[in-house]
Design a protein around this ligand. Structure first.
Ligand SMILES: [Zn+2]
Ligand SMILES: [Zn+2]
Length: 253
């Protein structure tokens, strides 16, 4: 039997370094991350209580449009709308329903100037276990209309895309999808009005740069999917081979 040598101190291991005290990105309380957590998941950025409110939705949604089933335990299965007419993309990745703490954090990030939340929020989305297998050649964030970009000072989708691109080691190409004109804010519009509102709102200025590529389109929130549909249609018309989409939050019906 091998006995541990007394008096010999083990060097500071990666595990020790990783479990140094941190500040919760959501509530600012000090916490010690668990040693074996996903280094990009909620456990790495938030205290146990907040991480518990930011768990990934792993069932109870449509894999094509992300529509949430009433129960989070329903098996992952295409919804009736997608079975009747498939969306222009092949797969949706999202973290969780857009409510509770995730909604609070996104509102603070977008409207209260807490831009530092982009790193934990982007990394939390990147921790989706299937995203690393997504065959994306490029990541493109949904662009903001010029007026909204000027008012906010940053594009939240682009800021979330940065940590996602680093984690997935994929190129980020925000310049390959542009907004052509301003559209009325989407909340309050019916489904058909949203699609109409967004028709012709995007342009892919360099078709050769997306030709035959699989594009991962990214936004902070997915509501009806109208924005993703308009952007996907433009990129496919420009020659992209296929599209996947990713959003941090999926709005409940
Ligand atoms: Zn917390
Ligand atoms: Zn669906």
């Amino acid at each position: 039997m091998i006995r541990p040598l007394r008096g010999i101190r083990r060097p500071l291991s990666l595990q020790t370094a990783f479990t140094a005290e941190r500040r919760c990105a959501a509530c600012s309380s000090a916490f010690l991350p668990p040693a074996r957590d996903d280094p990009a998941g909620p456990d790495a950025f938030c205290c146990p209580a907040c991480a518990n409110r930011l768990q990934r939705r792993s069932a109870g949604y449509c894999p094509l449009c992300g529509a949430l089933a009433p129960s989070p335990r329903t098996p992952v299965f295409p919804c009736s709308a997608c079975l009747a007419k498939a969306p222009p993309w092949t797969r949706t990745f999202f973290h969780a329903a857009y409510d509770d703490l995730l909604r609070d954090l996104l509102l603070r990030f977008k409207f209260q100037g807490q831009i530092s939340l982009a790193l934990p929020l982007g990394a939390i989305l990147a921790s989706h276990p299937d995203l690393s297998a997504c065959p994306a050649d490029l990541i493109i964030p949904i662009p903001l209309p010029a007026k909204r970009l000027a008012r906010r000072g940053f594009n939240q989708a682009l800021e979330l895309a940065r940590p996602l691109a680093r984690r997935l080691q994929k190129p980020l190409a925000a310049h390959l999808l542009l907004r052509t004109r301003s559209t009325a804010p989407q909340p309050g519009l019916s489904r058909s009005e949203r699609f109409l509102n967004l028709a012709q709102a995007f342009v892919a200025p360099s078709p050769a740069a997306v030709h035959n590529l699989h594009i991962l389109l990214l936004d902070d929130i997915m509501t009806t999917g109208a924005t993703f549909a308009a952007a996907s249609t433009i990129l496919l018309a420009a020659g992209a081979r296929s599209i996947s989409i990713a959003a941090l939050g999926r709005t409940p019906e």
